[in-house]
Write a protein that binds this ligand. Structure first.
Ligand SMILES: Cc1cc2nc3c(=O)[nH]c(=O)nc-3n(C[C@H](O)[C@H](O)[C@H](O)COP(=O)(O)O)c2cc1C
Length: 204
């Protein structure tokens, strides 16, 4: 009986170890030679958590990622800007989400020329801003690696990785980073550390 128990214990240990190793290596292969794009949406103006800002929270994180990866930075901007006034923006964003709107975006970047695309956005009503969908739907994502990052004030990514997967057909979507807007704006050394640790993880 003792022998049976020790064999079972060994088997369990093996299964556990191989499972742990398996999940450890489920990460993106992002070699140095790969072309990296950091596309993001971000808003300035009144923000209830961090006051009146001249650089958006997601923008700050996007710059950190671009700096660390030597990627090209691209800001997704709407033709019609969102109001600086927080409540007015919240109302517009709510209506856009309810209507599954596709606000027109200005300028563009050829996503098709890149291998790895970091896609950044603020959490708006538990989703990506609708303008991010406009941007996604303009491009062919087949074979691309998409790595989401989001700033928020408590909701995290809110399942946007799944939405991103559905929207960017043919792409492999990696584990995303959720970081609080207050951290991005007010505690940048801490935010940078978080970004660096996460990048190491997705780069394995
Ligand atoms: C229209 C709107 C909707 C928001 N909805 C949420 C939300 O559902 N959950 C959340 O945690 N934060 C929400 N926020 C807060 C933002 O996600 C947060 O302030 C973010 O860091 C803003 O990023 P930005 O400065 O790059 O635009 C919302 C902010 C706005 C303007």
């Amino acid at each position: 009986m003792k022998n049976v128990i020790s064999i079972l214990t060994m088997l369990c240990a093996c299964v556990f170890t191989s499972h742990a190793q398996g999940s450890k290596f489920q990460t993106t292969d992002m070699e140095e030679s790969k072309k990296v794009l950091v596309a993001f949406f971000s808003r300035t103006g009144e923000n209830y958590a961090v006051g009146n800002i001249s650089k958006g929270n997601t923008h700050i994180i996007a710059e950190m990622i671009a700096n660390e990866t030597k990627g090209k930075l691209f800001q997704i901007e709407t033709v019609k800007p969102y109001p600086d006034e927080y409540e007015a923006c919240v109302d517009i964003a709510k209506a856009e989400k309810e209507n599954d709107a596709r606000p027109e975006v200005k300028g563009d970047v050829k996503v098709e020329d890149y291998d790895v695309i970091f896609l950044g956005y603020p959490n708006w009503w538990g989703d990506m801003p609708m303008a991010v969908y406009t941007f996604i739907e303009k491009h062919d994502w087949n074979g691309k690696t998409v790595i989401p990052f989001c700033t928020h004030e408590g909701s995290g990514l809110s399942g946007t990785e799944r939405k991103l997967k559905d929207a960017s057909k043919g792409a492999t979507v990696s584990e995303g980073l959720a970081i609080k807007g207050t951290t991005a704006q007010n505690s940048q050394p801490q935010a940078l550390k978080t970004v660096q640790t996460w990048l190491k993880k997705v780069n394995k």
